[in-house]
Design a protein around this ligand. Structure first.
Ligand SMILES: [Zn+2]
Length: 321
């Protein structure tokens, strides 16, 4: 862990110094070189290496915004250890504002990758070979897919005691115990023995201030907890107070029984009781409006913000308690 000689992509970064590096491993079909910026900041004293990643899904811009602010406010400059920020891992998808890689693959389903695999797989391989081994801890920022707006939450493996401690430190309102997805970045990192906090908040192609502030405050609390920098003052000025997170072991989607216009009546994060009115689905012509009631008690951890839903669409995600 104490790493006085920090080497990344052929560059040596000295204690107390920072460097902007570019991971340059693939080209567009036009021949244009695609560079993935990596921002490294080292503290004067040796210590843990924290990797902060966003945009593994190219349309999940709220995570990119969180890391952009961490950098622009210079919160990524530790006194102890090293912070490595990759605000946009899937820069290909970010350019196109799509979740996937240009080869149509989901980058987060091809880890640890292969040097002779698909474009996404080759890219994953380079991340795992050149960057991942240097990290001790990782915070990976995501959002909900499409119109599904997630309440800010960290996701960790069920029996991972150290990650649970970090998730509590991070202080998002919910901690979801979710096994790693096969071939995800989180699974590949966990297999390498790294501690990964996956943050989910908001929806794709959206920037939400509440989500951003929760994500920033969480990173500061983790850095403070790891002894990398004292953020007591910054955190005291922030709106996002540390909460005692609600731990969620299982959850269920409420699906639309009818196609139509969806109106949620509950707030994100709210606790609902069995029988509570959650929302309604109506036709567009004023003929019918059917109410949706809670089948059980739980917290609302995701709301589909699409105004129009099809029968069977997932519309509300409720924890089971
Ligand atoms: Zn994602």
């Amino acid at each position: 862990m104490p790493n006085t000689n920090f080497e990344l992509l052929g560059h040596s970064i000295l204690p107390g110094k920072g460097m902007l590096l570019n991971l340059d491993i693939a080209k567009l079909h036009t021949g244009t070189k695609i560079e993935v910026p990596i921002i490294v900041q080292r503290g004067k004293k040796p210590g843990p290496v924290l990797l902060i990643t966003g945009g593994i899904h190219g349309n999940e811009v709220n995570g990119v915004e969180i890391i952009r602010l961490l950098i622009s406010k210079k919160y990524n400059r530790p006194e102890v250890g090293t912070v490595v920020c990759i605000p946009v891992v899937n820069i290909f998808g970010f350019l196109n504002q799509t979740r996937e890689f240009p080869d149509g693959r989901d980058l987060n389903r091809v880890f640890p990758g292969s040097p002779r695999g698909s474009l996404a797989s080759r890219f994953a391989y380079h991340i795992m070979k050149e960057i991942a081994p240097l990290a001790d801890y990782c915070i990976d920022y995501h959002t909900g897919g499409e119109s599904r707006f997630n309440a800010p939450q960290t996701r960790i493996n069920k029996d991972d005691v150290e990650s649970m401690e970090l998730a509590k430190v991070f202080g998002a309102p919910f901690v979801v115990l979710a096994n790693t997805r096969e071939k995800s970045f989180r699974e590949a990192m966990a297999k390498m023995g790294k501690k990964v906090l996956l943050f989910e908040g908001g929806k794709s192609l959206d920037i939400n201030d509440m989500v951003t502030q929760t994500g920033i405050a969480g990173a500061l609390r983790v850095m403070d907890h790891l002894g990398m920098r004292n953020f007591t003052e910054e955190l005291s000025l922030m709106e996002r107070k540390s909460l005692s997170p609600v731990t969620i072991e299982s959850s269920q989607w409420v699906r639309a029984k009818y196609s139509g216009m969806f109106h949620p009546f509950v707030a994100l994060g709210a606790k609902v009781k069995k029988g509570d009115l959650l929302g309604s689905v109506s036709d567009p012509f004023g003929n019918f409006e059917r109410s949706i009631k809670a089948a059980a008690t739980g917290h609302v951890i995701c709301i589909n913000q699409s105004p129009i839903v099809n029968q069977g669409d997932a519309i509300l995600h409720i924890s089971q308690e």
